[in-house]
Design a protein around this ligand. Structure first.
Ligand SMILES: CC(C)(COP(=O)(O)OP(=O)(O)OC[C@H]1O[C@@H](n2cnc3c(N)ncnc32)[C@H](O)[C@@H]1OP(=O)(O)O)[C@@H](O)C(=O)NCCC(=O)NCCS
Length: 152
């Protein structure tokens, strides 16, 4: 697996991964993804299987933005067939590392209360629960707000 920057012109590929990983009500379209990557402070990381010239299969990606010393994880998605192989953890680590190079001290993220896989990934990476947004998601579930310190 290789990790590299996800680019706005790849938004259609990223949206296809997002559609595989998320329920229909939570899917993001290519236009929204391209806007996030083009926005000030926006960046992304893409995980690929293999390398040129033998082909590169996209496996997952994450988007974040960093501004004024803080960063926010916007989304993280790994194709179902590629899950549980360490790709989500690698993407999260790469996004956190990138946020740090952009000057962020803290990375914030929201995760649905019932999303045990993502919650476990983030907390085992060191993120701590710092708040709750009631009925944040379209299905009425709460979001937990987590914060990862990027510097000691
Ligand atoms: C959450 C998600 C990104 C994890 O990606 P992944 O590549 O499968 O995760 P990893 O293999 O790197 O797992 C890292 C850790 O997360 C936890 N984890 C991941 N999947 C899990 C599952 N199904 N059940 C329990 N814990 C899980 C484990 O602690 C795991 O470490 P371990 O394998 O050493 O036990 C992926 O499941 C996904 O895309 N889900 C749908 C979209 C989503 O919910 N995104 C997050 C929104 S906040």
């Amino acid at each position: 697996m290789i990790l590299r920057a996800a680019l706005a012109h790849e938004a259609v590929v990223l949206a296809a991964i997002h559609a595989e990983a998320f329920a229909p009500s939570d899917r993001w379209g290519a236009d929204a993804i391209a806007l996030m990557l083009d926005a000030a402070g926006g960046f992304g990381v893409l995980a690929l299987d293999g390398a040129p010239p033998f082909g590169e299969e996209p496996l997952g990606f994450g988007l974040a933005r960093a501004m004024a010393g803080e960063a926010e994880l916007l989304t993280l998605a790994v194709r179902p067939a590629a899950q549980r192989r360490g790709i989500g953890r690698a993407l999260f680590g790469a996004l956190a590392g990138q946020a740090k190079t952009f000057g962020a001290d803290m990375l914030f993220l929201e995760v649905a209360e019932g999303n045990l896989a993502a919650h476990r990934l983030y907390t085992t990476a060191g993120a701590m629960e710092v708040g709750r947004r009631r009925r944040y998601y379209t299905d009425g579930s709460d979001a937990l707000v987590l914060r990862l310190a990027l510097r000691p």
